[in-house]
Design a protein around this ligand. Structure first.
Ligand code: HEM
Length: 392
């Protein structure tokens, strides 16, 4: 019997961890027949197999799509134009243009924005008896940072943050009676307007830089802003929420971090490993090849389950434990190879600011309800995490 690993219901309970554990142990390569994902796909789970698929030398491409849903008859229409689904020369062009806006070099200017945002989050948490972290805390920082990167003027920021929260909040969030898809479309309309404004009046932001280069059409600028929007929001919000989940599930971690704030960088890496919000990435074989003994035919898709590889006990002792000072920690949460997350430095900055302030002020995170997982095969994340905070 084959299992359709595209089925989002598989990922709404902790049972997925046991499923992955068995697959890793037996070094499984699993074929999912065409179904939810129209062309079917292979799946790999172990750290070794996932790394092999994503290695720069492996004969795989993202240009037909990079997630489950891949349809050989109808390839991703952004393929070859949007950073994450481009390869070769165009991928390098986009990386060189977008990279500086997401790099560590922006840390000094972004740090003060982040500091203030986290302060507000802590104040809000202090004023509430219980809080749903997934709905009200997780989304805030990533949305604010993406606005900063793209160059959304301050006066328009709050609405965009609200729209972003809703666009990526799953079925349960609500804003202005819009569905998440409508909120996303609204953001794209806004970006379009922003592009027109920057064409007349350039600034020092990402939109202006993409326009000034001269090689990107208006639509190319739009879809690459969308890439940054999605990349920055869909993932980081769940790592932020997951940090609270980790402190709730492993109470000692907060004390360890408070006792030694120097551990913050390691704690950030462990949050990304333990939460692994990018559950998978997909690649299509450009020639017949072999992964861990399994023949893959040219044109077939392979799904690399990053979230599974990050629980591979051959790399991570007690993989299900959140070990705040875990070292080494060769996690694949940000992917690996040519498409390694371009926003990793920003994500780390966001998480470090949050963890530092939380460790300094919070005594404990206590659960109020069962964790509610998102119904998604792509994003390993939370639709609800209701907690009470205890302060020092
Ligand atoms: C790519 C994860 C935060 C922007 C990726 C990839 C992963 C990932 C796994 C590789 C995709 C692939 O191989 O096909 C994460 C996680 C984050 C995070 C877990 C937070 C914890 C961010 C942020 C931004 C961002 C904050 C921007 C503000 C991007 C972009 C790419 C990317 C632009 C495409 C890179 C390329 O194709 O060369 N991310 N990401 N990400 N991410 Fe992130």
């Amino acid at each position: 019997m084959t299992i359709d690993l595209a089925n989002p219901d598989l990922y709404t309970t902790d049972a997925r961890f046991e499923m992955w554990e068995e697959y890793i142990r037996s070094d499984a390569k699993v074929w999912s027949d065409p179904g939810i994902s129209p062309s079917g796909f292979w799946s790999v789970f172990s750290h070794r197999d996932v790394s092999a698929v994503l290695s720069p030398k492996a004969p795989f491409t993202s240009e037909y799509g990079m997630m489950i849903g891949f349809d050989a008859e109808h390839a991703d229409h952004s393929g070859g134009r949007m950073l994450v689904v481009s390869e070769g020369n165009w991928h390098s062009v986009l990386k060189r243009l977008i990279g500086p806006f997401l790099s560590r070099l922006r840390a000094p200017e972004l740090r003060s924005v982040l500091h203030e945002e986290v302060r507000e989050i802590v104040e809000r948490l202090r004023s509430q008896e219980t809080t749903d972290i997934a709905l009200t805390v997780g989304p805030r920082l990533p949305a604010a940072i993406v606005c900063e990167v793209i160059g959304v003027p301050l006066s328009e920021r709050e609405r965009l943050i609200q729209l972003t929260n809703h666009a990526f909040g799953g079925e349960e969030s609500s804003f202005d009676k819009m569905t998440p898809a409508e909120a996303h479309t609204e953001i794209l309309f806004y970006f379009h307007e922003l592009i027109e404004r920057r064409q007349k009046e350039p600034g020092t932001d990402l939109v202006s830089a993409l326009l000034a280069d001269g090689r990107l059409s208006t639509e190319d600028v739009l879809i690459n802003c969308d890439n940054v929007l999605i990349g920055g929001n869909e993932t980081t919000r769940h790592s932020i929420t997951g940090a609270f989940h980790a402190f709730q599930a492993f109470p000692g971690a907060l004390d360890t971090l408070r006792a030694d704030p120097e551990l913050a960088d390691r704690a950030v890496e462990e949050v990304v490993r333990w939460t692994s919000p990018a559950a998978h990435v997909l690649r299509v074989a450009t020639e017949d090849c072999e992964i861990g003994g399994q023949q893959i035919r040219e044109g077939q898709a392979v799904v690399a389950w990053l979230a599974a590889a990050n629980r591979d006990e051959r790399l991570f002792a007690h993989p299900h434990r959140f070990v705040v000072d875990r070292a080494p920690n060769r996690h694949l949460g940000f992917g690996t190879g040519p498409h390694h997350c371009l926003g990793a430095a920003l994500a780390r900055l966001e998480l470090k600011e949050l963890l530092t302030q939380l460790a300094a002020e919070a005594k404990a995170v206590e659960p109020r309800e069962e964790v509610r997982w998102m119904r998604s095969n792509l994003v390993q994340g939370y639709s609800g995490l209701e907690v009470s905070m205890r302060w020092r």
